[in-house]
Design a protein around this ligand. Sequence first.
Ligand code: SER
Length: 310
Amino acid sequence: MSKEVILIVGANGQLGTVLSQKLQQIYGNSHVITSDLFKKNDSEPNFITLDATDFKAVEDVVLKNKITQIYHLAAILSAKGEQNPLATWSLNMKTLFNVLEVSRLHKIQKVFFPSSIAVFGHNIDKENTLQYSNLTPTTVYGMSKVAGENWIHYYYQKYGLDVRSLRYPGVIGYQSLPGGGTTDYAVDIYHKAIINEVFECFLAPKTTLPMMYMDDVIRATIELMEAPKENISVRTSYNIAGISFSPEEIAQSIKEFYPDFKIKYNPDFRQAIADSWPKIINDSEARKDWNWKPAFDLKLMTKTMIKNLK
Ligand code: SER
């Protein structure tokens, strides 16, 4: 029987919803405490209402439940964050500091912190964005992730806290909806396609971005967290790549199933954010250190999304 007790902060978000279920499968329901600002439904096992900006509240949950690992998934994303830059910085940083400090004080064994492709800005090779590229983000969300990467590196160096991190691309899954991101269109498009609605895209047709199907995202996260400590050479955050495609290309892949599917383009402020991000991520460090390899291409993802959403 596992001795681990895992706390998931931000468990009701797009990623948390699916990751919580996977961790419950692996460790057993009684070994996973899910938390968020609000409860989603009554069937969530071991759910705790938690405001992660409150240090004492986070510490209480950790002590009461004898937590050994924390997945810190709470954040305001790229597009929503631009509506209130200072509040976004404050929430993203405060929750991270609380998790890091509670983890240091109470000897948490492992922490997961998601970073993002939003850490990159214009001065990179967009067709082959290397692990160690310039990090001059164009959004407050990206700035909070760059700062977060440096803080987790600091806690590792100074206190030996084992924090691990991935720079997630856009995440696409049928189980949950994203909120406030620049890559969200790639989930919404499937929801419109299956009800035969015209999809209005807030990005231009040729805007290629790095994306990943949910199963690959979850597997990458667990593989990183289970990798032997000595294999982890990147203590900021790993580049990981799945699929790169544009709105035009995902629409084309949907047309294979729905030949009458229609998309129209109406780019808004999110276009400038997307234009500052990489198109293709180079993830050779992740491949080398813990054997990362994605399994889903665009075709398989579209087939799987449509099958499950229908
Ligand atoms: N999917 C995120 C966003 O669009 C990127 O991390 O903000």
